[in-house]
Design a protein around this ligand. Structure first.
Ligand code: BES
Ligand code: ZN
Ligand code: MN
Length: 493
C-alpha cells in the first residue's frame, strides 16, 4: 500500500474506490448520506436490514453504477459518534486498508474519517498510521512472488494546513518504522544471523544519521560480556552487540535495550519441535529498538536516546552453554544458568549493564521473554514489569498514545527470592511461578539504581489471528510506544 496526501475533496475524485466513514445510529448522514442519495438509498436499506450498522471496524462495499466519480464505495463503521477515539480512528483506517487489499483496490480516495469529531491533526496522524499498518504485507521468498500492484491511497484534506501535514508525515514515519520491524521478524534465521542484523543496523543507522558501533565476539570478550557470549557460544554465528546513539540535546539519556535472539532453539534445554520455527521472531525486541531509533532520528525529540541490540543465536552444540554453567556478566555479577532456554535475560543482562555504564537516566528493554506473558495476557497486551512507578506511568501513557496495550504486573519483594542461587549472584531460570515477573526482575538486577522498565512482548509482537495491523504474524509492537516514550520524556507528547 502506498499512502500520499493532497488538498481536495475525496468525493470529487475519479478513483477506483471512495472511502467514507459512518457513525453507528446515524449511518446515512453527511458524506454517506450524499453517497446513499446518489445510489437510491442502497446503504440505508443495508442499515435497515442490519447488514451494515456502522459498528466499529465493520465495512460495506458496493458499486456506484456511474452515479459518482468513483467506481466503488467503501463505507467503514466508526461506532457511536460520542465514543470515537483517536485509536478508534486508527483501527478504522487499519480495517479499511485490509479491506482495500482484499477487494484488490487500485486507486483510493479518503478524507479525514472522524475529522468532524476529533482534531484534524490527530486524525491525520492516525489515518496514515492505520493505513500503512493495516496495508502492510510480506512477500516472502517464493520463486514467483504474488503479482499484486500496491493499493494507492490518497488522503484528501481540506484545508491541508502545515500542522496537518506535519502529523500526516509523523504517522508515516511511525508506521514505516513499525513495518520495518515486522519485515525483520519474518526473515528466517538463516537469512538474518546476528552479524547480518548488526550490519543492517549499522547501514540503516548511518542512513538515519545515528552513530553506530558494533561489538564483535572479540570485543565482547574484552568488555567482559559473558552473558551474551554464553547465549551465542553454541552457534557458528557469533553474537554481536550494536550500540546506536541519537543526540537530541540536553544531558538526559533514555536507553532502549532489545532482545535480539535471531533463533531460539532453547539450546541444550531444547524446545519441543512443534512450532519451533516461530522462534525466528525472538529478535523482535531488537528490531523494535532499531526501528524506534530510526523514527526518533527522523522526528527529533529533545533528549538523547541510545539503542542497544543484544544479538545472538541460541543453539545446542558441543560448544553450547550447559545447564549448571556459571557466567560472569558485564560489570561482574554472575548468573547460574539453570535452563539454557531462559537466554533472553542472560543476553539482556550485558545490554542493560552497558546502558548503566553509558550513564543512562532511564532504561527500558523490549523482549519476547516468556511464554508466561502469553499465558497471563494472551495476545492482547504487553506485560510491563517496572521497578520505578514514574517511568511505568510514562510508558503506559506512551503506549496509550500508540494504541499498543500494556499491562503492569506487580513487583513484590518476595518475587526476588525466587531467583536466588546457591553458587552465583542469581540464577536465570526459577520455577514456573510468576515467570514473567521474575524474568523482568532478573533483568532489573543489572539496571543498578536507574529507573527501569521491562516490556515482555512475547504475546504482542507476533500473533496468529487477524488483528488491526497484523493479518498474520508480526505487529510492530512496541516500536511506536518507544518513540512516544522518547517524546514524553522530552516533555513534548
Ligand atoms: N523466546 C522465549 C519466550 C517465548 C515463548 C517467546 C513463546 C514467544 C513465544 C524465551 O527465550 C523462553 O524460552 N522462555 C522460557 C523461560 C523459562 C525457561 C524460564 C519460557 O517462557 O518457557
Ligand atoms: Zn528466547
Ligand atoms: Mn528461550
Amino acid at each position: 500500500m502506498t499512502v500520499t496526501w493532497t488538498a481536495g475533496d475525496p468525493m470529487a475524485q475519479a478513483v477506483d474506490v471512495l472511502v467514507v466513514g459512518a457513525y453507528e445510529g446515524e449511518a446515512v448522514q453527511g458524506a454517506v448520506g450524499t453517497v446513499d442519495q446518489a445510489l437510491d438509498g442502497v446503504i440505508e436499506r443495508a442499515v435497515r436490514r442490519k447488514e451494515f450498522e456502522a459498528k466499529p471496524r465493520t465495512v460495506w462495499v458496493g458499486p456506484t453504477l456511474g452515479r459518482l466519480p468513483a467506481e466503488r464505495v467503501l463505507v467503514v463503521g466508526l461506532g457511536p459518534r460520542a465514543e470515537l477515539t483517536v485509536d478508534g480512528v486508527r483501527q478504522a483506517y487499519g480495517q479499511v486498508a485490509q479491506k482495500l487489499e482484499a477487494i484488490k483496490a487500485d486507486t483510493v480516495a479518503v478524507g479525514l474519517l472522524g475529522g468532524d469529531v476529533l482534531a484534524a491533526e490527530a486524525v491525520a496522524e492516525a489515518a496514515v498510521e492505520g493505513l500503512l499498518l493495516g496495508g502492510w504485507r510480506y512477500d516472502g521468498f517464493k520463486q514467483k512472488p504474488p503479482e499484486r500492484p500496491p493499493v494507492a491511497v490518497t488522503v484528501y484534506v481540506e484545508p491541508l494546513s502545515e500542522s496537518v501535514r506535519t502529523r500526516l508525515e509523523r504517522g508515516r514515519i511511525l508506521a514505516e518504522a513499525a513495518n520495518r520491524a515486522r519485515e525483520m521478524g519474518c526473515r528466517p534465521a538463516n537469512q538474518l544471523t546476528p552479524d547480518d542484523f548488526a550490519r543492517e543496523a549499522v547501514e540503516r543507522a548511518e542512513r538515519a544519521g545515528l552513530a553506530a558501533e558494533v561489538f564483535d565476539e572479540v570485543r565482547l570478550r574484552e568488555l567482559g560480556m559473558g552473558g551474551i557470549l554464553a547465549v551465542g557460544q553454541g552457534s557458528t554465528h557469533p553474537p554481536r552487540m550494536v550500540v546506536l546513539r541519537y543526540q537530541g540535546g540536553g544531558n538526559r539519556t533514555l536507553a532502549l535495550v532489545g532482545k535480539g535472539i535471531t533463533f531460539d532453539s532453547g539450546g541444550l534445554s531444547l524446545k519441543p519441535a512443534a512450532g519451533m520455527e516461530e522462534m525466528k521472531y525472538d529478535m523482535l525486541g531488537a528490531a523494535a529498538v532499531l526501528s524506534a531509533l530510526e523514527a526518533v532520528a527522523a522526528l527529533r525529540p529533545a533528549l538523547n536516546v541510545v539503542g542497544i541490540l543484544c544479538l545472538a543465536e541460541n543453539l545446542p552444540s558441543g560448544s553450547a552453554t550447559r545447564p549448571g554453567d556459571v557466567v560472569k556478566t558485564f560489570g561482574g555479577k554472575t548468573i547460574e544458568i539453570t535452563n539454557t532456554d531462559a537466554e533472553g535475560r542472560v543476553a539482556l543482562a550485558d545490554g542493560v549493564g552497558y546502558a548503566v555504564s553509558l550513564g543512562a537516566d532511564w532504561i527500558v528493554d523490549a523482549a519476547t521473554l516468556t511464554g508466561a506473558a502469553i499465558i497471563v495476557l494472551g495476545h492482547e497486551a504487553t506485560a510491563l514489569v517496572a521497578t520505578d512507578d514514574e517511568l511505568a506511568r510514562r510508558v503506559e501513557t506512551a503506549a496509550a498514545r500508540a494504541g499498543e496495550r500494556v499491562w503492569r504486573l506487580p513487583v513484590y519483594p518476595e518475587y526476588r527470592e525466587l531467583y536466588k542461587s546457591d553458587v552465583a549472584d542469581l540464577k536465570n531460570a526459577p520455577g514456573r511461578d510468576a515467570g514473567t515477573i521474575t524474568g523482568g526482575l532478573i533483568i532489573s538486577e543489572f539496571a543498578g539504581d536507574k529507573p527501569f522498565c521491562h516490556l515482555d512482548i512475547a504475546g504482542t509482537a507476533w500473533r496468529k489471528e487477524n488483528a488491526l495491523n497484523a493479518r498474520f504474524g508480526p505487529t510492530g509492537v512496541p516500536v511506536r510506544t518507544l518513540v512516544h516514550l522518547a517524546f514524553g520524556l522530552a516533555g513534548a507528547d
